[in-house]
Design a protein around this ligand. Structure first.
Ligand code: ZN
Length: 496
């Protein structure tokens, strides 16, 4: 009996199950039909309208719309449009989305005081004449530009930093280098405060090459830096961004690196042996600041890095000696480096450094020579001077590209305050190597600029521990030291 009951129940269950399955099947079929109808409607509409992702300028036939290639071509054209360099064909393809991308880019250019560039970008759009939004934007840029005036080129100040101290506990740990770090370095927290304060006071970062230009014959002419009222241009440089071996384990980054999205960051070796990537030195800190405050940068221009070559550049060991390991030239530090890095690959090192330099240039950074060996040109023989210049040309220039800027080491110079004369053989040498712009260190005045017929000379002001501790008043036009000062500095800062 129990068995029979059980059989009936099972049959009933099976019957109900198949009925349920049938209902499910019908539901699925109805759903699929709806999707199919929706797709047909969507597809018809899709092909009727211009689609920026499949229409690579001009008419696109329906069968092309499934081609992945067409999409790629269009995407890369879109980038060209944004740079304003390529006139788009077809004229009918601009969608609302493209308009807003152009507008965003134009606004950023105008925010960085490049009004002519922003206006040209809008006027180069094929539908400009019919685009009231673009026309009113261009008119507003013209209006702001009319309120601008040229800043006197001979009154532009120049500030500089060394590598920033990221971990103050490791830098100020009582070792032999602590005093030097305390004197000539700036900490990350001080840098953040300095940037914010200078921004609040209306300072705008310009390039040395915004100030002057040289013709083929080497003759100088001044350029015009146009800024709205209340804005003050300044030049920023960073010296010795090599992450020298002696700085290992002292709270400085290892090197500059390029992330997958093309940004320049620092890598930092933590005490536990792990590596962090972030904003730990001037370049990525300024990049991030300008991303958030575009109007801190004139035409997208940033600072200039003064590089030596003897231990490589930007944290990469790219000098000749790392390739040849020539006996007699390898220092103790370098030998230690070779011992610790048995898999060191010189060519890869040069390749990586070049990638960083290229990414930096794309972000508005420039490079200068700081002499290959961090020398004072007036305290070496002409023979060593020439050897030094050749080494910079042979081992640094291939990575960072040619430069006409020489930023002297030790704040030295190749003459006194009077104009360089043709009889100055140091000047003649550096001129023959292609240098036209020369920077020393002099913090005694707010600015010092000498405009020669064939060179520009500018003094720089050190914003480091020594300056902040002993003569904060000399830099009070730039920022308030009491707000920026990092309390983790040991005091007094040692005398030089
Ligand atoms: Zn230096």
């Amino acid at each position: 009996m129990a068995k029979r009951m059980s059989t009936v129940t099972e049959r009933e269950i099976r019957r109900r199950r198949s009925s349920l399955m049938l209902k499910c099947l019908i539901a699925v079929l109805i759903f699929l039909s709806i999707v199919l109808v929706a797709w047909i409607i969507y597809d018809t509409q899709f092909k009727k309208h211009d689609n920026p992702w499949t229409n690579a300028g001009g008419e696109v036939k329906a069968e092309n719309s499934s081609s992945g290639e067409a999409g790629d071509v269009s995407a890369s054209e879109g980038e060209n449009d944004a740079s304003g360099t390529q006139d788009k064909e077809g004229g009918q393809t601009a969608s609302g989305e493209e308009d807003s991308a152009v507008e965003t880019r134009a606004n950023r250019m105008a925010a960085q005081y490049d009004y002519d560039g922003a206006i040209a970008l809008l006027k180069n759009q094929p539908d400009y004449d019919r685009n009231d939004r673009f026309k009113s934007l261009a008119a507003s840029y013209e209006e702001i530009k009319a309120s601008c005036s040229p800043y006197p080129i001979d009154q532009i100040t120049h500030v500089f930093f060394h590598s920033l101290i990221y971990d103050t506990a490791r830098a100020f740990d009582g070792d032999a280098y602590e005093a030097g770090y305390n004197q000539v370095m700036t900490t990350v927290s001080e840098m953040n405060s300095i940037l914010q304060q200078m921004y609040n006071r209306g300072f705008v970062m310009v390039s040395l090459h915004d100030m002057v230009e040289f013709d083929e014959a080497g003759n100088l002419s001044t350029k015009e830096i146009l800024l709205p009222p209340g804005k003050t241009p300044f030049v920023m440089s960073q010296d010795d961004c090599s992450y020298y071996h002696y700085m290992d384990d002292d709270g400085f980054p290892q090197k500059l690196v390029v992330t997958d999205d093309g940004k320049v960051k620092n890598s930092y070796l933590e005490e536990d042996g792990s590596v962090s990537i972030g904003d730990y030195d001037v370049v990525p800190i300024v990049d991030t600041f300008v991303e958030q405050h575009p109007d801190f940068s004139y035409h997208g221009h940033k600072g200039i890095l003064a590089l030596t070559g003897y231990e490589g550049v930007l944290g990469y060991r790219t000098d000749e000696v790392y390739k040849t390991r020539e006996a007699g030239r390898v220092t103790e530090f370098q030998q230690m480096f070779f011992d610790q890095n048995p898999d060191f690959d010189f060519d890869k090192e040069v390749e990586e450094a070049t990638k960083v330099a290229d990414a930096m240039k794309a972000e508005g950074w420039e490079f200068a020579s700081h002499t290959w060996g961090h020398i004072n040109p007036r305290s070496v023989s002409m023979e060593s001077l020439v050897r030094d210049s050749n080494r910079w040309r042979d081992w640094v220039e291939p990575i960072v590209g040619p430069t006409d800027v020489l930023i002297f080491a030790f704040g030295a110079d190749i003459g006194d305050w009077q104009p360089y004369s043709a009889a100055n053989e140091l000047f003649a040498h550096y001129k023959s190597m292609g240098f036209r712009i020369f920077c020393n260190v002099d913090a005694s005045s707010k600015y010092w600029v000498q405009i020669g017929t064939d060179y520009l000379r500018q003094a720089r002001r050190n914003l480091d521990g020594y300056r902040m501790y002993y003569t904060p008043d000399l830099i009070s036009d730039l920022y308030d030291v009491s707000q920026a000062w990092d309390d983790s500095r040991p005091t007094p800062v040692p005398q030089m």
